[in-house]
Ligand binder design. Structure first.
Ligand code: IMP
Length: 197
């Protein structure tokens, strides 16, 4: 890699995600959001896999700007529900982003179920400056609790207890979660790959 900063577009306008990823990628990269490059299209997540949805967004940006870019798609996979809600995690109960309803629905589905195994998964799709596509995975396994614990984080955090911890994601400080999270693992995989280029 040359001394000058490598330009890299992250297909997000979520400031929180941007900061999280910046802290992992470090100073060698000039990380830009969709807003930074003036990409305002709404790319719908119409695919049935994380890979498919991540690709859609990265490809839309690459086609327009021909810059190295990446996109992430994440969700919760519950073993006894055949990996549901998966790509539908954000709209599991029908309303996009209604985390309370999503958690209620999941807790109801799992009522009296002994198998509470679950995992968060992130897939990153990276398209380099020449249009070559690569995928990176991040997984954290854990258990769905019987009820909500904690106020921090977002989404399913109050009902997900990562393996090796006695607290849920929503009881952890952001800094602690960001070290072990599925997203962090996937971004580190991407970082390792970029370092080798
Ligand atoms: P996204 O692809 O990162 O936007 O995630 C899609 C959905 O998966 C979110 O709306 C949440 O419902 C769920 N999700 C993804 N990551 C997390 C997490 O770290 N904690 C809790 N829920 C998450």
């Amino acid at each position: 890699m040359s001394d000058s900063k490598v330009k890299l577009v992250f297909a997000t306008n979520n400031q929180h995600k941007l900061e999280e990823v910046k802290s992992i990628l470090g100073d060698s990269f000039q990380l830009m959001s969709m807003q930074d490059i003036g990409f305002n299209d709404d790319v719908e997540e119409t695919e049935s896999t994380f890979e498919g949805n991540a690709y859609l967004k990265a490809k839309a940006i690459f086609d327009q700007f021909k810059l190295p870019c990446f996109s992430d798609d994440s969700g919760l996979e519950v073993e006894i529900l055949n990996n549901a809600p998966g790509v539908y995690s954000a709209r599991y109960a029908g309303e996009h982003g209604n985390h309370d309803k999503n958690m209620d629905k999941l807790l109801t589905e799992l009522l009296l179920k002994e198998n509470r195994n679950a995992r968060f998964r992130t897939v990153i799709c990276y398209i380099d400056g020449k249009g070559l596509t690569s995928y990176f995975n991040g997984i954290i396994t854990g258990q769905i609790t019987n009820e909500r614990h904690g106020e921090k984080g977002f989404g399913y955090d109050p009902i997900f207890k990562p393996d090796g911890f006695n607290i849920t994601f929503a009881e952890m400080d952001a800094a602690e979660k960001n070290i072990i999270s599925h997203r962090a693992i996937a971004v580190k995989e991407l970082f390792n790959y970029l370092q080798q280029q």
